[in-house]
Design a protein around this ligand. Structure first.
Ligand code: KG4
Ligand code: ZN
Length: 361
């Protein structure tokens, strides 16, 4: 089965082709530079950029892969969560394409596509614990299969990536700050007591990073009021030691908090030997190291996609589409998008719960 994946949920426009579980090719236009001017994603601009790029990127992908459009069996698209306008542009493009080509159509949950992405590089086995850490979400799942998962915990306010980006902004780092903070952290020394490990004094598996963000904001105000470095800062070489150390301390606070909740989840689900870590923040060096150690100590395995598959991309949509499509799931063209804030079914993949399952046997 040849599956085209389309991603347009936030500020990356991307398309990819997956055939029988293998990635044939992918193209991506990042809008980071456009939004960096405003220090965050501007929804209307994001929709316009998707509208501008989808057509040309589709042609480029077909050319690169040497594929004829009418050989596409299934068009899979990120149906949410995300920015409504951005999602609508991608979903309208996908529906039109599916209709024009006579291909099947499937909406994919962007979050679950993140979690499954590592299947393009490693063997996926279930059950597994899933930690999704992105710019908009920090969720813990128990995955029973590619199409069945149970949400165990979620962030009550800021997502981990959002906390990185907001603190990065306060520090005058180029947007989005997560990746640069990671690099600065590697060049600094963390002080364990500088920032709190938030929302651990409870017995649940939820997260809350807004208190940590407030503590970081107060520290920055107190200590860096008159500090000078080029703004927006783009290069580690321009960062003074105090800034590098602050990033190392903040980074450690986020990562240790994530580790503590993962450990708690593993205690409650002792049968789980595999951990999937996904989303943009999964490319964080310290997080990758700590999660690998944590699972190794328990005789298990932590699977994380390569960095290009951690941040938003279409390969993960095409792969999730192929997995679900191969199991017989389809949507009809009345499928709606699920913008951020609208409830996603808790206990199953969004696609599986809303799509009809074809009777294949
Ligand atoms: O998954 P993603 O590309 O988009 C969403 O679906 O949100 O995640 C983007 C987020 C941003 O907040 C970005 O700052 C963060 O991932 N990020 C990182 C790193 N690389 C990207 N955060 C910490 N360390 C990194 N290395
Ligand atoms: Zn994402």
């Amino acid at each position: 089965m040849l599956c085209l994946g389309i991603e347009s949920s936030c500020d990356e426009t991307a398309l990819a082709l997956v055939e029988d579980g293998r990635l044939l090719g992918s193209v991506l236009a990042s809008q980071s530079d456009v939004h960096a001017l405003f220090g965050g994603v501007v929804p209307e601009l994001a929709s316009r950029e998707h509208y501008r790029y989808l057509g040309p990127l589709f042609d480029e992908l077909m050319q690169r892969c040497g594929t004829e459009p009418d050989s596409i069996d299934l068009v899979a698209v990120a149906r949410g969560p995300g920015l409504l306008g951005s999602l609508l542009v991608g979903v309208a493009f996908a529906k039109t394409l599916a209709l024009g080509l006579g291909a099947s159509f499937l909406g994919v949950n962007h979050l679950h596509a993140h979690l499954l992405a590592v299947g393009l590089e490693r063997d996926l086995t279930f059950p597994a614990l899933g930690l999704l850490v992105s710019g908009g979400h920090t969720h813990l799942y128990r995955l029973e299969s590619p199409w069945r998962c149970l949400q165990l915990g979620r962030t009550l306010d800021d997502a981990a990536g959002e906390a990185f980006d907001k603190v990065g902004k306060l520090l005058g780092l180029a947007y989005p700050g997560g990746q640069l903070m990671d690099a600065l952290a590697r060049a600094g020394v963390a002080s364990p007591g500088l920032f709190p490990r938030p929302y651990l004094d409870n017995d649940n598996l939820d997260f809350s990073f807004s208190g940590l963000k407030t503590a970081a904001a107060a520290y920055i105000e107190r200590n860096f009021g008159s500090a000078q470095w080029p703004r927006p800062l783009r290069r580690i070489e321009d960062a003074p030691e105090s800034l590098r150390n602050c990033c190392a301390s903040f980074n450690a606070a986020v990562v240790e908090t994530l580790c503590a909740k993962v450990e708690r989840a593993l205690k409650r689900h002792p049968d789980l030997r595999r951990l999937l870590v996904a989303g943009g923040v999964a490319s964080n060096s310290l997080l990758r190291k700590r999660m690998t150690e944590l699972m190794r100590e328990r005789g298990g395995d932590a699977l994380m996609p390569s960095r290009a598959l951690c941040t938003d991309n279409a390969a993960m949509i095409a792969y999730a589409g192929w997995l679900l499509g191969s199991a017989g799931y389809r949507h009809d063209l009345r499928m709606e998008t699920i913008p951020r804030g609208r409830r996603i079914p808790d206990d199953m993949f969004c696609a599986a719960s809303c799509a009809s399952k074809l009777q294949t046997d």
